[in-house]
Ligand binder design. Structure first.
Ligand SMILES: Nc1nc2c(ncn2[C@@H]2O[C@H](COP(=O)(O)OP(=O)(O)O)[C@@H](O)[C@H]2O)c(=O)[nH]1
Ligand SMILES: [Mg+2]
Length: 244
Protein backbone atom coordinates (compact mmCIF):
# COMPACT_ATOMS: atom_id res chain seq x y z
CA UNK A 1 0.00 0.00 0.00
CA UNK A 2 1.38 3.45 -0.95
CA UNK A 3 1.88 6.24 1.62
CA UNK A 4 -1.13 8.22 0.34
CA UNK A 5 -3.36 5.12 0.49
CA UNK A 6 -2.13 4.47 4.01
CA UNK A 7 -2.86 8.12 4.94
CA UNK A 8 -6.43 8.06 3.61
CA UNK A 9 -7.25 4.82 5.43
CA UNK A 10 -9.60 5.37 8.36
CA UNK A 11 -8.47 4.02 11.70
CA UNK A 12 -10.99 2.92 14.32
CA UNK A 13 -10.24 3.14 18.00
CA UNK A 14 -12.37 2.10 20.94
CA UNK A 15 -11.98 4.13 24.14
CA UNK A 16 -13.65 3.07 27.39
CA UNK A 17 -14.11 5.58 30.22
CA UNK A 18 -14.20 4.13 33.74
CA UNK A 19 -14.09 5.50 37.29
CA UNK A 20 -16.24 6.11 40.36
CA UNK A 21 -19.67 7.74 40.15
CA UNK A 22 -19.74 11.54 40.00
CA UNK A 23 -16.13 12.00 38.84
CA UNK A 24 -17.34 13.54 35.57
CA UNK A 25 -17.13 10.69 33.01
CA UNK A 26 -20.34 11.58 31.19
CA UNK A 27 -19.58 15.29 31.11
CA UNK A 28 -16.03 14.74 29.91
CA UNK A 29 -17.15 12.57 27.01
CA UNK A 30 -19.96 15.00 26.15
CA UNK A 31 -17.52 17.93 26.24
CA UNK A 32 -15.13 16.13 23.92
CA UNK A 33 -17.77 14.84 21.47
CA UNK A 34 -20.44 17.58 21.54
CA UNK A 35 -18.88 20.50 23.44
CA UNK A 36 -21.61 20.20 26.10
CA UNK A 37 -21.51 20.43 29.90
CA UNK A 38 -24.27 20.06 32.50
CA UNK A 39 -24.19 21.05 36.19
CA UNK A 40 -27.02 18.64 36.96
CA UNK A 41 -25.93 15.13 37.90
CA UNK A 42 -27.75 12.40 35.99
CA UNK A 43 -26.34 8.94 36.85
CA UNK A 44 -25.47 6.79 33.84
CA UNK A 45 -27.30 3.48 33.69
CA UNK A 46 -25.22 0.69 32.15
CA UNK A 47 -23.27 2.53 29.44
CA UNK A 48 -23.67 5.21 26.76
CA UNK A 49 -21.89 5.26 23.41
CA UNK A 50 -20.37 8.18 21.48
CA UNK A 51 -18.46 8.63 18.22
CA UNK A 52 -16.04 11.35 17.18
CA UNK A 53 -14.11 11.69 13.93
CA UNK A 54 -10.71 13.32 14.26
CA UNK A 55 -7.84 14.03 11.96
CA UNK A 56 -4.26 13.95 13.25
CA UNK A 57 -0.72 13.97 11.93
CA UNK A 58 -1.03 14.96 8.26
CA UNK A 59 -4.73 14.18 7.90
CA UNK A 60 -4.80 10.66 9.27
CA UNK A 61 -8.50 10.08 9.81
CA UNK A 62 -9.44 8.38 13.03
CA UNK A 63 -12.89 7.34 14.19
CA UNK A 64 -12.94 7.36 17.97
CA UNK A 65 -15.72 5.33 19.59
CA UNK A 66 -16.17 6.05 23.28
CA UNK A 67 -18.04 3.95 25.82
CA UNK A 68 -19.09 5.88 28.91
CA UNK A 69 -19.60 3.23 31.59
CA UNK A 70 -21.63 3.75 34.78
CA UNK A 71 -19.49 4.08 37.93
CA UNK A 72 -21.37 1.21 39.58
CA UNK A 73 -20.02 -1.24 36.97
CA UNK A 74 -16.76 -1.92 38.87
CA UNK A 75 -18.66 -4.56 40.79
CA UNK A 76 -20.99 -5.43 37.89
CA UNK A 77 -20.73 -8.37 35.49
CA UNK A 78 -20.92 -6.29 32.30
CA UNK A 79 -17.48 -4.70 32.58
CA UNK A 80 -15.89 -7.47 30.51
CA UNK A 81 -18.40 -6.81 27.72
CA UNK A 82 -17.71 -3.08 27.72
CA UNK A 83 -13.94 -3.69 27.67
CA UNK A 84 -14.19 -6.12 24.74
CA UNK A 85 -11.88 -4.94 21.92
CA UNK A 86 -10.97 -1.74 23.82
CA UNK A 87 -7.81 0.02 22.67
CA UNK A 88 -7.56 2.72 25.32
CA UNK A 89 -9.03 2.63 28.84
CA UNK A 90 -9.42 6.02 30.51
CA UNK A 91 -9.56 5.73 34.30
CA UNK A 92 -11.08 8.94 35.58
CA UNK A 93 -10.84 10.36 39.09
CA UNK A 94 -12.03 13.63 40.61
CA UNK A 95 -9.16 15.90 41.68
CA UNK A 96 -11.34 17.19 44.55
CA UNK A 97 -12.25 13.72 45.85
CA UNK A 98 -9.49 11.62 47.44
CA UNK A 99 -11.64 8.46 47.53
CA UNK A 100 -12.05 8.53 43.78
CA UNK A 101 -8.25 8.63 43.43
CA UNK A 102 -7.77 5.85 46.00
CA UNK A 103 -10.26 3.66 44.10
CA UNK A 104 -8.00 3.59 41.02
CA UNK A 105 -6.09 0.59 42.40
CA UNK A 106 -9.29 -1.48 42.63
CA UNK A 107 -10.26 -0.46 39.10
CA UNK A 108 -6.81 -1.41 37.78
CA UNK A 109 -6.99 -4.84 39.45
CA UNK A 110 -10.43 -5.48 37.96
CA UNK A 111 -9.36 -4.34 34.47
CA UNK A 112 -6.22 -6.46 34.71
CA UNK A 113 -8.21 -9.58 35.61
CA UNK A 114 -10.61 -9.06 32.72
CA UNK A 115 -7.95 -8.32 30.11
CA UNK A 116 -5.75 -11.20 31.22
CA UNK A 117 -8.50 -13.73 30.58
CA UNK A 118 -9.95 -12.12 27.44
CA UNK A 119 -9.85 -13.96 24.10
CA UNK A 120 -7.75 -11.40 22.24
CA UNK A 121 -4.87 -11.29 24.70
CA UNK A 122 -2.38 -10.21 22.03
CA UNK A 123 -4.11 -6.88 21.54
CA UNK A 124 -2.32 -3.94 23.05
CA UNK A 125 -4.48 -2.00 25.53
CA UNK A 126 -3.29 1.34 26.81
CA UNK A 127 -4.54 2.50 30.22
CA UNK A 128 -4.35 6.17 31.20
CA UNK A 129 -5.41 7.99 34.37
CA UNK A 130 -7.18 11.34 34.12
CA UNK A 131 -7.77 13.80 36.98
CA UNK A 132 -10.95 15.73 36.19
CA UNK A 133 -12.36 19.04 37.60
CA UNK A 134 -9.02 20.87 37.44
CA UNK A 135 -11.08 24.11 37.33
CA UNK A 136 -11.77 23.66 41.07
CA UNK A 137 -8.23 24.76 41.97
CA UNK A 138 -9.08 25.71 45.59
CA UNK A 139 -10.68 22.30 46.31
CA UNK A 140 -7.97 20.01 44.93
CA UNK A 141 -7.15 17.06 47.21
CA UNK A 142 -4.60 15.27 45.04
CA UNK A 143 -1.18 16.82 44.53
CA UNK A 144 0.34 16.57 41.02
CA UNK A 145 3.29 14.56 42.39
CA UNK A 146 0.89 11.97 43.95
CA UNK A 147 -0.79 11.38 40.59
CA UNK A 148 2.57 11.33 38.82
CA UNK A 149 3.94 8.80 41.32
CA UNK A 150 0.86 6.54 40.97
CA UNK A 151 1.09 6.70 37.16
CA UNK A 152 4.82 5.95 37.22
CA UNK A 153 4.39 2.98 39.61
CA UNK A 154 1.70 1.47 37.40
CA UNK A 155 3.35 2.43 34.08
CA UNK A 156 0.44 4.61 32.96
CA UNK A 157 0.15 8.00 31.29
CA UNK A 158 -1.45 10.70 33.40
CA UNK A 159 -3.47 13.78 32.41
CA UNK A 160 -5.56 16.46 34.12
CA UNK A 161 -8.59 18.07 32.49
CA UNK A 162 -11.78 20.00 33.16
CA UNK A 163 -15.00 18.84 31.55
CA UNK A 164 -16.49 22.15 32.67
CA UNK A 165 -14.08 24.61 31.03
CA UNK A 166 -12.73 22.22 28.41
CA UNK A 167 -9.19 22.81 29.64
CA UNK A 168 -6.80 20.19 28.25
CA UNK A 169 -9.67 17.99 26.97
CA UNK A 170 -9.06 17.97 23.20
CA UNK A 171 -5.31 17.98 23.52
CA UNK A 172 -5.20 15.08 26.02
CA UNK A 173 -7.54 12.90 23.93
CA UNK A 174 -5.46 13.65 20.81
CA UNK A 175 -2.26 12.89 22.71
CA UNK A 176 -3.47 9.51 24.00
CA UNK A 177 -4.76 8.52 20.55
CA UNK A 178 -1.52 9.65 18.88
CA UNK A 179 0.60 7.72 21.39
CA UNK A 180 -1.49 4.59 20.87
CA UNK A 181 -1.11 4.79 17.08
CA UNK A 182 2.53 5.87 17.24
CA UNK A 183 1.74 9.13 15.50
CA UNK A 184 3.62 12.32 16.18
CA UNK A 185 1.43 15.39 16.76
CA UNK A 186 2.67 18.36 14.74
CA UNK A 187 2.27 22.05 15.67
CA UNK A 188 -0.91 22.30 13.54
CA UNK A 189 -2.46 19.42 15.51
CA UNK A 190 -1.51 21.11 18.78
CA UNK A 191 -3.20 24.40 17.75
CA UNK A 192 -6.32 22.56 16.61
CA UNK A 193 -6.61 20.77 19.95
CA UNK A 194 -6.38 23.90 22.10
CA UNK A 195 -9.70 25.71 21.95
CA UNK A 196 -10.17 29.15 23.49
CA UNK A 197 -11.39 28.66 27.05
CA UNK A 198 -14.64 30.26 28.12
CA UNK A 199 -14.56 32.01 31.47
CA UNK A 200 -17.71 32.20 33.53
CA UNK A 201 -18.73 35.82 34.26
CA UNK A 202 -20.11 36.27 37.78
CA UNK A 203 -22.03 39.56 38.26
CA UNK A 204 -20.34 41.88 40.77
CA UNK A 205 -22.49 42.93 43.74
CA UNK A 206 -21.01 45.99 45.47
CA UNK A 207 -20.98 46.03 49.30
CA UNK A 208 -24.04 48.00 50.42
CA UNK A 209 -23.64 48.44 54.20
CA UNK A 210 -21.06 51.25 54.10
CA UNK A 211 -22.95 53.23 51.48
CA UNK A 212 -26.20 52.93 53.39
CA UNK A 213 -24.57 54.30 56.54
CA UNK A 214 -23.27 57.37 54.78
CA UNK A 215 -26.55 57.77 52.96
CA UNK A 216 -28.70 57.29 56.07
CA UNK A 217 -26.75 59.79 58.11
CA UNK A 218 -27.15 62.40 55.36
CA UNK A 219 -30.79 61.38 54.86
CA UNK A 220 -31.40 61.58 58.60
CA UNK A 221 -29.87 65.03 58.65
CA UNK A 222 -32.09 66.15 55.73
CA UNK A 223 -35.20 64.64 57.30
CA UNK A 224 -34.43 66.15 60.68
CA UNK A 225 -34.16 69.50 59.02
CA UNK A 226 -37.47 68.83 57.20
CA UNK A 227 -39.10 67.69 60.45
CA UNK A 228 -38.03 70.81 62.30
CA UNK A 229 -39.34 72.95 59.47
CA UNK A 230 -42.69 71.11 59.35
CA UNK A 231 -43.05 71.04 63.14
CA UNK A 232 -42.69 74.71 63.19
CA UNK A 233 -45.56 74.74 60.68
CA UNK A 234 -47.63 72.47 63.04
CA UNK A 235 -47.37 69.23 60.99
CA UNK A 236 -45.91 65.79 62.03
CA UNK A 237 -43.59 63.43 60.11
CA UNK A 238 -43.09 60.88 62.90
CA UNK A 239 -43.80 57.83 60.64
CA UNK A 240 -41.15 58.54 58.03
CA UNK A 241 -38.54 59.67 60.53
CA UNK A 242 -38.89 56.46 62.56
CA UNK A 243 -37.48 54.38 59.70
CA UNK A 244 -33.99 55.76 60.37
N1 LIG B 1 -16.53 21.93 38.45
C1 LIG B 1 -16.64 20.84 37.69
N2 LIG B 1 -17.69 20.01 37.81
C2 LIG B 1 -17.75 18.92 37.01
C3 LIG B 1 -16.75 18.63 36.06
N3 LIG B 1 -17.10 17.49 35.42
C4 LIG B 1 -18.26 17.09 35.95
N4 LIG B 1 -18.66 17.94 36.89
C5 LIG B 1 -19.88 17.83 37.72
O1 LIG B 1 -19.79 16.61 38.46
C6 LIG B 1 -21.07 15.97 38.53
C7 LIG B 1 -20.98 14.54 38.00
O2 LIG B 1 -20.70 14.57 36.61
P1 LIG B 1 -21.01 13.31 35.65
O3 LIG B 1 -20.37 13.59 34.35
O4 LIG B 1 -22.45 12.99 35.62
O5 LIG B 1 -20.22 12.16 36.46
P2 LIG B 1 -20.17 10.57 36.19
O6 LIG B 1 -21.05 9.93 37.23
O7 LIG B 1 -18.74 10.18 36.39
O8 LIG B 1 -20.66 10.32 34.79
C8 LIG B 1 -22.05 16.87 37.75
O9 LIG B 1 -22.73 17.67 38.68
C9 LIG B 1 -21.15 17.71 36.87
O10 LIG B 1 -21.70 18.98 36.62
C10 LIG B 1 -15.63 19.54 35.95
O11 LIG B 1 -14.70 19.38 35.17
N5 LIG B 1 -15.63 20.61 36.79
MG1 LIG C 1 -22.21 9.13 34.06
Amino acid sequence: MSDSEEDSKERHLKLVVLGEQNVGKTNLVKKYCHDEFSRIYVPTIGADFYVKRISLARNKNIIVRITDVSGSECTGHMLGTYLFKANIVILLYDLTNKESFDSLTAWLTKIDQILRYSDDENRHVSIVIVGNKCDLEHKKMIRPDEAKHFAHENKLYSYVMSAKTGENVNFSFADMVARYLNLRLNSLDMDKQNPILEAEIIPYTPPTVQYRRKFSSKKAKDQNMKKTALKSRGSSLSQTCAIQ
